[in-house]
Ligand binder design. Structure first.
Ligand code: ADP
Length: 165
């Protein structure tokens, strides 16, 4: 069984993320979407549990996808799960330097695991979790940016956070 890992912060999940997850699910037997979190960096808008819940809700119709969270090295996690690939989405040249460095580091740590890059869907090339947060904070419509089944919860959560600060 060929297992792929789709890692990210998913703070929160966007339609761009979901597009990469679906396309990965078409290529591998099993996909583990993993929310990477770090207790020493508490600046995320959504807790790791919330991010897992939102992702689980919008991937529930994709049979071979499960959602998990991990704190620590991605290369060790992927090895422990028996994955053959780490799959990342590439939006633009600006993603490349960072992703290339990560891929080479992971290759060094776990040589048996390949990093696979999927080109972003042209509809979502501009999209990131930061864009979603910025637009929503200023009252803009994010329904084109995030999956419909989680849109209201994301809006509510970002507004709650804004009212606290
Ligand atoms: P971000 O905070 O930039 O949205 P994440 O760290 O959560 O990104 O991203 C997880 C993975 O999804 C990364 O491989 C990233 O390149 C990819 N990704 C994020 N947004 C998109 C998008 N709009 N299209 C394609 N891939 C994307």
């Amino acid at each position: 069984m060929k297992i792929a890992i789709c890692p990210g912060s998913f703070d929160p999940v966007t339609k761009g993320h979901l597009d990469i997850i679906r396309r990965t699910a078409n290529m591998f037997d099993k996909v583990i979407v993993v929310v990477m979190h770090n207790y020493h960096k508490p600046n995320s808008y959504f807790t790791a549990d919330e991010r897992v819940e939102l992702l689980s809700r919008c991937t529930k119709d994709i049979e071979n996808v499960t959602v998990d969270m991990h704190e620590g090295l991605l290369a060790s996690y992927a090895k422990e799960k028996g994955a053959v690939a780490i799959v990342k989405g590439l939006r633009a040249v600006s993603d490349f330097d960072y992703e290339f460095q990560q891929a080479l580091t992971n290759k060094k740590l776990s040589p048996e695991i390949e990093t696979v890059f999927i080109t972003a869907n042209s509809d979502y090339m501009y999209l990131s979790s930061s864009v979603v947060k910025q637009v929503c904070e200023f009252g803009g419509d994010i329904s084109d940016f995030v999956p419909a089944e989680v849109c209201d919860d994301i809006i509510q959560r970002i507004r709650e956070r804004n009212s606290r600060i």
